[in-house]
Ligand binder design. Sequence first.
Ligand code: ASP
Length: 349
Amino acid sequence: MSKEKVRPRILIIYTGGTIGMIENPKTKGLQPFDFSHLIDNVPKIKMLNYDIDNIQFDPPIDSSNMSIKHWSQIARTIEENYDNYDGFVILHGTDTMAYTASALSFMLENLNKPVIITGSQLPIGEVRTDGEENLITALQVAAERDSRGEAMVKEVAILFENHLIRGNRSSKVSADNFNAFMSTNYPDLARVGLDITYNDDALLHDTSNRPLMVHDTMDPSVMFIVLHPGMSRSTLEYLLHTPGIKGVVLKTYGAGNSPSGRWFTEPIKDAVERGIVILNVTQCVNGAVNSNLYETGNALAKAGVISGNDITSEAAITKMMYLFGKGMTSSQVAKYLQRDICGEMTEKR
Ligand code: ASP
């Protein structure tokens, strides 16, 4: 039988989120509901003529409750079912979707099948839901093959409304727009309109065919410090002395700039000397850290802070969890933070 005639086999992993929520009649708040409710609301799925199975979180969760334990559950589910399916669709709440997409991109090494994450802004049972379209398109992307009959997408990606974007380049940019996710520093993997137009140059092409390796030990000893005018030395020092902390993603201004006074640079330098890895990531939604542009950025580099270049905050924090989770020392983590592992940043040459 030719490859085209084989029905694609897709596994849906339903974790929860608005897409499957229904209104609690008493509180009127939205709460996660089970998978059968979700599928009953999308009878069109049958028209795809795919073999679709599902596994659901028990209970499904609002993604604000997503944790390392859940990431590991998703990664292990993919590993256990890897050989039996052509692709995987993860239904997930939008709030932490970009973190999960980033985390999974590091956890699933040598991935050569599609892992497409989607959800919706309105529950699938609602008349104007975006969930039906997102789910159907995600299934189509997960089933898509290239001219050689291989999976078109061999990476973790988010499908949302008009965009298919690399998971570790994504950020949630709107709490109410249907186009809620964007990749501001990297081109879309596909544009979704009348057709799904893939951007072959942007997609990862791993031809090594190495077996999937799952790394599910993520180290939680990391944190964000977000700069703002008015921050005091004592606050900064307090944060940098958080017990057990190994890594900090420092969210700086513009092209990676920060205050140049000693009240700021001394505690930062001290933290680096104590072995805390500090990664400089811009607060801006678009653009990169360029430590050579201004004196204020240069001071951070001199203090031993590493430039995150154009990495997203979501990818930065999960990459640190992944690297420390592998048992690396601070200097090893610092080295790998400057390297692109799976398409999450543009490497400086
Ligand atoms: N609070 C929901 C969640 O992230 C929001 C959503 O799915 O859009 O689970």
